[in-house]
Design a protein around this ligand. Structure first.
Ligand SMILES: [Zn+2]
Length: 344
């Protein structure tokens, strides 16, 4: 089996995937057809425009408007959730953590939005060979009151959906909002056993990065602009860094793949790194593709691929016994592949 196929068939763990950015173009077309009818050429054309070929972070955030329109109804939201999970399952992702910001509109409250996503997750897990957890996202560009509402919804629904709701994500446009204002809300989440994945060091903002590291988190999203001192502290605190190669290059926060901070963190710092997609639909990638890119760019061995996969399991927001099962499945796959180890 060649490396690309080896990676494609490999059981994978995806920990950083935003629901609205994770549908591939084909699935968006399917969603458009289902919602607007088979002749919705205009919408299908728009779906192609959602793919982001490159630019800056602000331009990237604009891309999500169309998806928000598609997921503004119960039908659209549930189907989008199902399709996103199906896309990951097709790529042999066996454990997925989806994240989404609860949205209120004329058809549903924020709580109903989350319930719709949860229902769709439960239904899809019965069909596809994949386990899915949900992180509710706090949008840092919105108010602290909205953030508190999000945490309250997570806490309330966690009783009913305790195996699905696993944590809180802190995200949104990193140029907006003040992290310090959100600390009491995040503290509340943490005290109530919700795990934290914070988008941190996505842009150069050393003071905020220090604040975030001091506050603490289980996982750091991106970690692009961490200084050596900050990286050492992240390592000391056993925080994992979710690296999203294509996302960073296409949003121009990293110049090119060769320059990606993954290399330094994984090779020199030996800090726990996890490969993730961020928004695989918007960035036109898959988790397999990210592994292939990492392997080719940084000359990774199969042992490295195994290590990255086991890192992801270790930092997944699930119980220890489930982590054990996931690790066994991954190790078994690597064991039955008898190809001799090659650096190339
Ligand atoms: Zn993200």
């Amino acid at each position: 089996m060649d490396t690309t196929n080896f990676i494609r068939m490999m059981p994978k763990i995806e920990l950083h995937a935003h629901l609205n950015g994770s549908l591939c173009t084909k699935s968006i077309e399917e969603l458009c057809e289902e919602l607007y009818g088979v002749n919705s050429n205009e919408k299908v054309l728009l779906s192609k425009e959602l793919v982001f070929d490159g630019g800056n972070l602000d331009q990237c955030f604009l891309k999500f408007r169309f998806m928000h329109e598609l997921t503004a109804t119960k039908k659209g939201l549930q189907l989008a959730t199902e399709l996103a999970i199906r896309d990951f399952a097709k790529d042999n992702v066996i454990y997925l953590e989806l994240r989404t910001t609860p949205k209120k509109n004329s058809e549903m409250s924020k709580e109903e939005y989350v319930k719709n996503v949860l229902e769709a997750i439960e239904r899809t897990m019965k069909i596809e060979s994949i386990h899915v957890s949900l992180l509710l996202s706090i949008d840092r560009s919105k108010s602290v009151a909205e953030a508190e509402e999000t945490v309250n919804i997570a806490l309330q629904l966690k009783n009913t959906y305790k195996d699905i709701i696993s944590g809180i994500d802190f995200s949104g446009n990193p140029k907006l909002g003040n992290f310090m204002h959100f600390i009491p809300v995040l503290e509340k989440a943490r005290k109530n056993d919700l795990k934290l994945a914070l988008h941190c060091a996505e842009i150069h903002n050393p003071a905020e990065i220090d604040q975030m590291i001091k506050f603490g988190m289980e996982r750091c999203g991106h970690g692009t602009f961490l200084s050596e001192l900050q990286l050492n502290e992240i390592y000391r605190r056993n925080i994992a860094i979710e690296c999203c190669l294509t996302s960073n290059v296409k949003c121009s926060t990293v110049k090119c793949y060769d320059d990606h901070h993954f290399k330094h963190i994984f090779n020199d710092k030996k800090a726990p790194v996890i490969l993730c997609t961020d928004d695989c639909g918007v960035f036109d990638t898959t988790l397999s593709n990210e592994f292939v890119l990492a392997k080719n760019t940084f000359n990774l061995t199969k042992n490295d691929l195994l290590q990255l996969s086991l890192n992801a399991v270790e930092f997944a927001f699930v119980h220890e016994h489930f982590k054990h099962d996931l690790k066994q499945r991954i190790r078994h796959y690597f064991k039955i592949q008898t190809e001799p180890e090659s650096k190339n």
